[in-house]
Design a protein. Structure first.
Length: 307
């Protein structure tokens, strides 16, 4: 298996735009090996570019639906592998992407070569199985809420905002003298933010419960119970302490998710990591920050001028 550095040298020693030729070669080889449609959804997440990028540039967004429509056009297989590397993003966007993918494919495998967090974890939970390496991670699905403040936009876990409000109620009931302190602290929260937090949190859990029951556990006698337990575990912030907490393959497997270890098939591992490394090199040497692409070299590419 070529390393990321070796792939970079392969690109540098080839002709102009070789990063596209090399990446597409590896995606095609993976699809030929698995005999499945293969698409990548890979972002600049966890790369050096993130120092200069707004989080929205790599997030799961509603615009991505158009990218998936472009990428899946003309594909005929009823089985799909989707390689995901993403920090997550919009719950609503994840739902729309899942609805689209599941309308076209009877069997989907999520392959996670590094990290699929938050809303990307939700997409993985809508698949029939998840393939992870020993180094891979999924994450909690408790939603993040972004809202304007006098000093700019601020993002916080929905559960943190709800917990803080509950703490305020308890403290004010116990000692009304602290009310001005809490009023000052909470006055910048937008109107209706608490309902948004409650509804978005419940939506995340409800969707993952439904998807797990409908796909990953559709043949399990206790599928409904298992789906509910896993969704509640993933969606309860206090279980994980931080929204970005990495959940490794063995923990996810222990909780009941259908996890296949990438290392079980060395040829598959080599081909998946070659796709992943060549995609990251593309992001390194171009202005691209998000790639959605199929095995035929057709896709959607988000670019930002980094200068």
């Amino acid at each position: 298996m070529p390393t990321r550095n070796e792939i970079q040298l392969e690109i540098l020693n080839a002709k102009t735009a070789a990063q596209d030729e090399v990446r597409r070669k590896y995606i095609r080889e993976l699809s030929e090996y698995t005999h499945r449609d293969t698409i990548i959804y890979i972002t600049a997440y966890a790369t050096n570019k993130m120092v200069h990028l707004p989080s929205q540039a790599v997030s799961v967004m509603v615009d991505d639906v158009q990218g998936f429509m472009t990428t899946l056009k003309g594909l005929k297989n009823d089985k799909l592998d989707i390689i995901i590397h993403s920090p997550g993003g919009s719950v609503e966007a994840a739902e729309q992407i899942v609805n689209y993918l599941r309308s076209k494919y009877s069997h989907i495998r999520a392959i996670i070569p590094h990290s699929a967090m938050s809303a990307a974890t939700m997409i993985a939970c809508a698949c029939d199985e998840i393939i992870m390496g020993k180094h891979s991670a999924i994450g909690p699905i408790d939603p993040q809420i972004t809202f304007p403040t006098p000093t700019g936009y601020f993002t916080a876990p929905a559960q943190s905002l709800l917990s803080e409000f509950e703490q305020a109620k308890k403290e004010v009931i116990a000692n009304p003298n602290v009310a001005p302190i809490w009023i000052s602290k909470l006055r910048n929260l937008p109107h209706g933010i608490l309902d948004i937090c409650k509804n978005t949190t419940q939506l995340s859990i409800d969707k993952v419960t439904l998807w797990l029951q409908s796909y990953m556990f559709k043949d399990e006698d206790n599928g409904a119970k298992l789906a509910t337990e896993i969704a509640e575990w993933l969606g309860t912030a206090s279980n994980h302490l931080t929204h970005g907490r990495p959940i490794p393959y063995n923990m996810a497997k222990k909780k009941g998710l259908r996890i296949v270890e990438l290392e079980e098939d060395q040829d598959l591992q080599e081909k998946v990591l070659s796709v992943f490394h060549s995609s990251l090199v593309t992001i390194d040497v171009t202005n691209c920050v998000k790639i959605i692409e199929n095995q035929n070299g057709i896709g959607s590419y988000s670019q930002l001028n980094m200068k």
